[in-house]
Design a protein around this ligand. Structure first.
Ligand code: AMP
Ligand code: MG
Length: 330
């Protein structure tokens, strides 16, 4: 009897300890894909899961990095047409990129490489190129000259690829899979402007992701509540240089070869897939508010927040709570 009582007391004690324990959370930070990245995970396997996700990010960074001679990007760009055999991940990333190119009439184009190089965005120092140099580089840009054939890619003469507008989103998708498979109950991945919510917060509520004011780095314009989805922002404030009193940012309009002047300064896309959200955010930035709204209406599988150069905020869906005067799209 005494033994049964003791067993009952210790079972109760264990339950009290277990039930009252705060969920194990673990955070790690690293530099990859040219940006500061954080992974916050919770659940019993949080630490190991976060470490596996960081490993996955490093693996994909090495595969996509334009600067590493053995990366798939560098091998494709050096091959002068191909065909080049790629890793499964590279083929999947290109497949998503080409779908968004077709959907947005080429506003998103991973063959933008020659133009991005000309502006110096791969170098320490950026510069405004000569107009005829822009025209020459632009003649190489056309996603329709890329032919994806299973694991092989053919490119047109002089073409070079740049995965900068989609790689972080693709990596976040794979990291989310790794986190779940390795035992994290929930997680939040942040790769620069790319945030990926895995499950919910430890208290069961959605993750809350702030949308930055593009005109004031310390101010927040609203909050996105997210569960199992990507929240990706493309903004002209994220990377730019100044020359002769003008600002030149890193999102290039593939029709002109110059930084997109579409009337938008920031585009946030909320979608299930990080790769799609990433490519779309860049594409919608190029398209401008009216054409972005048309793309949103015809796709029906994402939400967005547009901030214009006149400080207007347009948004769709119920997951965004604006903190400033905003216009809801319908
Ligand atoms: P994001 O920060 O996702 O908007 O992507 C911007 C990056 O994608 C740039 O730094 C370039 O490397 C690349 N990029 C620029 N313009 C385009 C474009 N129109 N389509 C695809 N990639 C682009
Ligand atoms: Mg992007």
């Amino acid at each position: 009897m005494k033994r049964i009582l003791l067993a009952c007391i210790s079972a109760l004690l264990l339950c009290a300890l277990g039930c009252g324990r705060k969920a194990d959370t673990y955070e790690t930070a690293l530099f990859a894909m040219d940006t500061y990245c954080t992974i916050e995970a919770y659940g019993k396997g949080a630490e190991a899961a976060a470490a596996s996700a960081a490993g996955e990010l490093k693996r994909l960074d090495a595969l996509f990095s334009i600067g590493l001679p053995d990366s798939d990007t560098a091998r494709i760009n050096a091959a002068g047409g191909g065909p080049v055999r790629m890793a499964k991940d590279t083929a999947a990333l290109i497949d998503t990129a080409l779908a968004v190119s077709a959907e947005t009439g080429g506003a998103f184009d991973i063959s933008i490489g020659p133009v991005v190089r000309l502006w110096g965005f791969y170098d320490e120092v950026q510069r405004v190129p000569a107009e005829d140099a822009v025209r020459a580089a632009l003649s190489k840009v056309d996603y329709r000259r890329l032919a994806l054939d299973g694991m092989y890619l053919h490119t047109g003469a002089g073409q070079s690829l740049d995965f900068g507008g989609v790689a972080k989103g693709y990596a976040a998708d794979r990291m989310a899979e790794v986190l779940t498979a390795s035992g994290a109950e929930g997680a939040l991945i942040s790769l620069g402007g790319n945030v990926q919510a895995v499950g919910a917060r430890p208290d069961g509520a959605p993750w809350r992701i702030a949308v930055r004011d593009p005109f004031d780095e310390d101010a927040v314009l609203g909050v996105v509540e997210a569960m199992d989805c990507a929240v990706v922002t493309a903004g002209s404030y994220q990377r730019y240089f100044e020359a002769e009193g003008r600002r030149y940012h890193h999102i290039i309009d593939p029709r002109t070869g110059y930084p997109a002047e579409s009337g938008l300064v920031s585009v946030t896309v909320i979608a299930d897939s990080g790769a799609r959200a990433d490519a779309l955010s860049t594409a919608l930035f190029v398209l401008g508010p009216e054409r972005a709204a048309a793309a949103w209406r015809s796709a029906g599988d994402f939400d967005m927040i547009l901030i214009t150069d006149r400080h207007e905020i347009y948004y769709s869906g119920a997951c965004f709570t604006p903190l400033a005067t905003s216009i809801i799209l319908s």
